[in-house]
Design a protein around this ligand. Structure first.
Ligand SMILES: NC(=O)c1ccc[n+]([C@@H]2O[C@H](COP(=O)([O-])OP(=O)(O)OC[C@H]3O[C@@H](n4cnc5c(N)ncnc54)[C@H](OP(=O)(O)O)[C@@H]3O)[C@@H](O)[C@H]2O)c1
Length: 344
């Protein structure tokens, strides 16, 4: 098995390279700058990685760089700006594709626009296989399965502020500038109501409540593809929404390129899904762990590996459509993640 990482010179791409090495999977590091790729391969302890230089401007060169690979893990963001050429080239090269985006608009576009091409090529395309879109979609599927008919489903990313890379800040600024958060309602997507001040969510395991605001989370566009629900909404802590919403170009450049090891290890991510049916029965699920970027590399590489080794229906798929939700969440336990689903 051979897996290519596009954007291997970046922070997340480097972690994906290291994870491929840890798993004993042959890696191809692809990007626009040979020197940065070499440095990244050295940093990842992957000196033997096959390095291939390909920018995004020439489809044939990019598809050629993926030649002989079984799957592509795309870590080059902002995806709204740079994602599409990589999806197109991966499909043209006959590779399965996963990426680490958290950008709602891009995710929706890929799921809609590339399904027919991916089916024709016999490959599976799973955008949003990161520490929010992956666990969020998987836990929502498990919550919904307990209920049958879902009336209202909330996906919430309840991590505290901090431990963010410059690439994430840049992507949030690029995506947030153009996008109003969506919610899914009565069979279609529409702008989430702006006036949601004062909403709170109880944190798992105690009475503490945190203020949340609507946010353009991946789950809002992925969950309705496999859960029949009247309404699906997304929320994050109000303080985090304010930070992402207020990002200027200068503020982005002041964010460190990569969070240091200590803040990565200390940063806990927490995805929650809460759903109710028309009778008012409510089921709640949560999945949590540390080091969101490390988790992103683990789930993206494992997802790509599963697409190659186990197969999945061709076309564009959400994480919960491509993989067994409980099994993939269980796999994350080896990296310290845990999950549970219970009646609220
Ligand atoms: N949703 C989540 O939970 C989650 C988690 C992890 C990461 N992510 C996303 O993953 C992406 C990467 O994050 P990061 O922190 O790793 O960012 P990063 O360190 O800035 O890396 C960005 C990568 O993209 C490449 N790139 C940028 N512009 C390019 C262009 N025009 N042509 C070709 N390559 C280009 C860079 O190549 P050069 O080195 O040549 O500049 C680099 O390899 C971001 O969109 C981030 O939001 C999301």
């Amino acid at each position: 098995m051979r897996i290519a990482v596009y954007g291997a010179s970046g922070f997340t791409g480097g972690l994906a390279l290291a994870e491929l090495r840890r798993r004993g999977i042959a890696a191809v590091a692809v990007g626009r700058d040979g020197e940065r790729l070499r440095e990244a391969a050295d940093r990842a302890g992957a000196r033997d990685a096959d390095l291939r230089i390909a920018g995004l401007g020439d489809h044939a060169v990019l598809a050629d760089a993926f030649h002989g690979c079984d799957a592509v893990v795309n870590c080059a963001g902002p995806f709204a700006l740079w994602g599409e050429p990589v999806v197109r080239a991966a499909i043209a090269a006959g590779c399965h594709y996963v990426d680490t985006t958290g950008e709602q608009g891009y995710l929706r576009h890929v799921l809609d626009a590339f399904d027919a091409d991916a089916r024709r090529a016999g490959v599976t395309v799973v955008p949003g296989l990161a520490d929010d879109g992956g666990p969020g979609d998987l836990i929502a599927a498990l919550v919904a399965a307990r209920l049958g008919d879902v009336d209202d489903l909330l996906v919430a990313d309840l991590r505290r502020p901090g431990a963010v890379s410059r690439g994430t800040a840049r992507s949030m600024a690029a995506a947030g500038g153009a996008a109003v958060p969506l919610e899914y309602r009565d069979g279609g997507w529409a702008a989430a109501p702006a006036d949601d001040t004062g909403r709170t969510i109880a944190l798992p395991g105690g009475p503490e409540k945190v203020a949340v605001a609507s946010f353009a989370l991946p789950g809002v566009v992925t969950v309705p593809r496999h859960v029949r629900a009247r309404r699906v909404r997304g929320a994050i802590r109000t303080e985090v929404a304010a930070l992402f919403g207020g990002l200027t170009a200068d503020a982005v450049e002041s964010v460190p390129e990569r969070p240091d090891e200590a803040s990565r290890a200390g940063a806990r991510w927490l995805m929650l899904a809460e759903a109710s049916d028309r009778s008012g029965r409510t089921v709640r699920g949560e999945v949590t762990g540390t080091d969101g970027y490390g988790t992103t590399a683990v789930i993206a590489v494992e997802g790509a590996r599963r697409l190659v080794a186990d197969g999945a229906p061709a076309g564009t798929r959400t994480p919960a459509e491509a993989f067994d939700p409980a099994d993939l969440l269980g796999f994350l336990a080896a990296s310290g993640a845990s999950w549970r689903v219970e009646d609220a």
